[in-house]
Structures are given as C-alpha cells and as structure tokens.
Design a protein around this ligand. Structure first.
Ligand SMILES: Cc1ncc(COP(=O)(O)O)c(C=O)c1O
Length: 434
C-alpha cells in the first residue's frame, strides 16, 4: 500500500474540507522525541508536533509508562458517575496553576468542547447570548465556536446560537491601526471596543473570548497589555473575560505559563486542550467557582477527563514543570526568532517574523511587501519537507508559516531546524525573484 493509494482512499471517503499538507501527503507511522518517520521510511524533525499537541514529542517514556500502568489495571473508562482520582488530582493542579480564585475545572475531550462549555457558562451566568470575539480568531468547529471564529476560512456556517461582535487587535499586521506604536495601538483598540459595545450590542454582553496569541490566525501577537486594557472596559460593564489557552497554555510562550500572563491579568475562565496530555484526547475549562457552578441543569462529558487521558496529562505536567520546559521554550524561541529575523533582512518574501517562545509565525508576502503570498508558504512546506523538516502554516490568508516544535526540543534540534528553514526560505525567495 503506497501513500498514493491511501490518498485516493482518503479522498473517496473523507470530507473534502479536511485539508492535507503537501503535494504528496504523508502518512506518519512511528516516532521518537522530536522526530517522526513516514510510511516510506523518511524521518523528519517535527516543528509542528501534531499541531502543538505532541508537546513532549513522540513517545515520551513518562507518558507511555503512566498510560501503560493505567491500561494494565483494566480500567480505561468508568464515566464521571464515579470518583476519578487522576481527574480530581489534575483538576486540583490546574486550578492552582490557573491563578483564578476558587477555581473549578470541567474536563472535555477537545478544545472545541472546552470553548462550548466556557460559552455556556458565560452566557448562562450573564443571562445573555451576546459575545465579543476578536477578528482573525479560531475557537473550534461547532456552531457556537465557529460563530466566535473571526476567520472566513474556518467559519463554515452563518448559523449561530450567539450574537457575536468582533473587536480589533489580535492581528496587528493587517489591522487598520497597524501604523500606530504599541501604546497608541492599544488606545485605538480600546476606543473601538467602547464604540462597538455602545453601538452594536444591547449592553448586556456575556463575555469576551480571545486567544492571547492567535494560533490558526498565524501566531499573531498583539502588544502586551492589550487584554489588560480591554479587561478594564469589560470590568466596568460586568462582562466576563475568557482566555482561550488551547495553543498558548503550559509555558509554550516562554515568558509565562499561560499566554494571558503577558497581559498581567487573571481571566474569569480559561480553556485548554491540545498539548496537555501529549496527544491523548483532553480539553477543559477552568473558571471561577461561582461561574462554573452557575448551571442549573446537569451536564456531563462521557469521555472528558477519562482515566487514560488524565494520567497522561499528569505525567506531561510533571515533565513540563520539573524540567522547566517554559524556560526551554523561552531560550530556544529566542534562538529561532533571532535567526529567522536575520533571514527576513535579506529575503523580501519574509515580511514579519513574530511570536513568543516556541510559537513562531513567519508572514510571507508578495513583491509589494504586503499582499499575502499563500503559494509561497505552500512552496516552503515542500522545501522544508525535502530537507527533512515538517512545519505548519496558517494565517487568515494561508500565507503564514507556523513553528511549534515540542517544548522539550534540544538546542541542536533548534539549530538544525533553523538551518533548514533558512535554506528553504532563501530558495523560495530566490525562485520568486528569478
Ligand atoms: C485556540 C484554539 N481553540 C480551540 C481549538 C479547537 O480545539 P479542538 O480541535 O481540540 O476541538 C483550537 C484548535 O486548533 C485552537 O487552536
């Protein structure tokens, strides 16, 4: 069975909107550490790690052993009708790590469900279905979460259980306020938020939901302090703030354990998923106790926080915290940002290199220095693949390369990835100019 046969079968039976990377899509069949091998026997350094989810790379021993031990006991599922020790312990840790006062945690199996849960809590608490989201956001694939997704390419339906208005600010590079300096940019965004609340809502808004660094939106980073300034306005009006930490949590941004830490505020709720269990399915919401407890009906997630995922998550957190992987993300992120900014100096194709920690976006533009160049991003993916490196892409127009390697990446792997990226970007830049 070749990859081509498998691709034909994929196309026949999978949805057309389930996008695959590369001209010849890969089947990844085995892995160890930051490296993964495809069905043709080629091994790659992986700088996208299952979309930030294989947070400790492939087959970390600590996680494998914890999962094997749980499976060995014969219990992979009991439902939440019974006490789940690993789930309770994980909730206690996340509640403490969140910094949210009297925090409680509800586990789901995905980030989408986590955001659904947070939106259910906020809209019930505030008795309003009015929500502020950000332009260029991504929050999931269900009706409520696509409704708060401010990205045409990922919002497949206009049907919505929510009244959503989109604030400015997440994606500075293509914002109407892009020429302003940090302080002026924040002031303009805040003025716009006030105007938006006064003109486009009935006033009783439930919450703002935002990603501290927009993930699918191309690792777009607003100036530090934007969300603190937004929260001041929200607090004046009793509006809740939900930070979507699905991509930014667990120290990935290097500076802080949660992405929102860069803004010096504690949200009313945070949602998480992706890397927490190193690839096992888990998501959740951590919220102020009174907010979490506001539902007057029962609610349950059958698979959310199941014994296998929660022991895996406990093992992942042990490694992240005991080995200071947040510090590693800060250190290696700085290496990559510096190296890539050097490349940007000599390659006009690369207009902006941005990010925090091991969450780096490379915005590629046309000869005018501004028009998004999505075909160039696709070309770079082919070039890095040919040289043995997997990277991601995204952004509102599909023209942003995304780097999000495992948090336990080594210095040597960071250097190797940087070398491949440099050669690949230079090749595509040269091609375009010839
Ligand atoms: C910021 C953010 N929120 C929510 C989600 C949805 O998570 P899931 O795909 O696990 O449903 C994603 C997925 O990419 C995400 O990046």
């Amino acid at each position: 069975m070749t990859s081509e046969d498998l691709l034909d079968r994929h196309r026949a039976v999978m949805p057309a909107w389930l996008a695959l990377y590369c001209d010849r899509p890969l089947e990844l069949v085995s892995g160890s550490g930051s490296r993964v091998t495809d069905s043709e026997g080629t091994t790659y350094l992986d700088f996208f790690a299952g979309i930030l989810t294989n947070m400790l790379g492939y087959d970390p021993a600590e996680v494998r052993e914890a999962v094997q031990e749980q499976i060995g006991r014969g219990v992979v599922h009991t439902s939440t009708l019974y006490l789940l020790r690993a789930q309770i312990e994980l909730a206690e840790r996340i509640a403490t790590l969140s910094g949210i006062p009297d925090a409680k945690v509800f586990f789901t199996s995905s980030g989408t469900e986590a955001n659904e849960a947070a939106l259910l809590l906020a809209t019930t608490y505030r008795r309003s279905n009015s929500v502020i989201a950000l332009r260029n956001s991504y929050h999931g694939r269900t009706f409520a979460t696509t409704a708060v997704t401010g990205n045409r390419g990922w919002s497949a339906s206009s049907l919505s259980p929510l009244q959503v208005t989109y604030a400015q600010g997440g994606y500075r590079f293509r914002s109407s306020f892009r020429e302003l300096d940090d302080a002026a940019y924040i002031a303009a965004c805040v003025r716009d938020l006030r105007e938006l609340l006064d003109t486009t809502t009935a006033g009783d808004v439930a919450c703002m939901i935002a990603e501290p660094v927009q993930g699918v939106g191309g690792f777009a980073v607003p100036p530090d302090g934007l969300f603190a300034a937004y929260k001041q306005v929200l607090d004046e009006r009793g509006i809740l703030f939900v930070s979507d930490e699905v991509q930014t949590g667990w120290g990935r941004t290097g500076e802080h354990f949660w992405g929102i830490g860069a803004h010096g505020i504690v949200p009313d709720a945070m949602t998480f998923a992706k890397g927490l269990a190193g690839g096992y399915a888990i998501g959740g919401v951590v919220a102020r106790g009174d907010l979490m407890d506001c539902l007057s009906a029962n609610s349950i997630s059958t698979f959310g926080g199941n014994p296998v995922s929660t022991v895996a998550a406990g093992a992942v957190l042990d490694v992240v915290l005991s080995r200071d992987l947040q510090g590693n993300a800060a250190k290696l992120g700085a290496t990559l940002l510096t190296g890539l900014r050097d490349v940007a100096e000599r390659c006009p194709l690369v207009r902006e290199v941005r990010g925090k920690g091991l969450m780096i976006g490379i915005e590629l533009v046309g000869p005018d220095g501004y028009a998004p160049d999505a075909p160039a991003a696709a070309r770079v993916l082919e070039e890095t693949r040919a040289r043995g490196l997997l990277v991601g892409k995204g952004g509102l127009y599909g023209n942003v390369l995304r780097l999000a390697p495992p948090l336990n990446l080594s210095q040597a792997e960071a250097d190797e990835g940087l070398e491949i990226l440099t050669a690949s970007l230079e090749t595509v830049d040269r091609e375009r100019r010839s």
